[in-house]
Design a binder for this molecule. Structure first.
Ligand SMILES: [Zn+2]
Ligand SMILES: [Zn+2]
Length: 149
């Protein structure tokens, strides 16, 4: 099923620019596209209404009414070739967390691409396998990060 990729939202809810998120996204996308050229078309959707609804910036992990758990700040699988992100990721995540979380999300897209079972663990496993990078977790919210040297 093909779903139209949305443009970056510039409506009433989300204003301003997101230089750190945008820079981190392009950095990670460039790295993953070297191995998977088809990932060059992936877009970042800052302020996806679903992200605004599902990812509380006060809690690291929420469940919605159906009981589905939503990890903080980002999700994939909502629109094709799109990583959705809560705008507060700009200020609330450190650089290494932005990079780690984005790699993790690309790991999910790679899993779909490769036909791998798309679990949280497998997203990190694909990043380890194809890029030799270890995604780690820190803090009470178990937020992803990658050691930047
Ligand atoms: Zn979304
Ligand atoms: Zn995940």
């Amino acid at each position: 099923m093909t779903v139209a990729t949305p443009a970056i939202y510039k409506g009433d809810v989300v204003r301003g620019t997101f230089p750190k998120l945008t820079r981190a996204f392009h950095k990670v996308k460039k790295a993953v596209s070297r191995v998977f050229p088809e990932l060059a078309k992936v877009r970042l959707y800052i302020g996806c209404p679903h992200a605004l609804e599902k990812h509380s910036h006060h809690q690291w992990k929420d469940s919605d009414r159906s009981g589905k758990m939503w990890r903080a700040f980002m999700h994939t699988g909502h629109f094709d070739d799109t990583i959705c992100v809560h705008p507060h990721a700009e200020g609330e995540l450190s650089e290494r967390q932005k990079i780690g979380m984005l790699f993790h999300e690309f790991g999910h897209i790679i899993n779909d691409l490769m036909g791998y079972k798309n679990t949280q663990k497998n997203a990190d496993a694909s990043i380890r396998k194809f890029f030799g990078l270890e995604i780690k977790y820190e803090g009470p919210g178990r937020v992803q990060y990658i050691d930047l040297s």
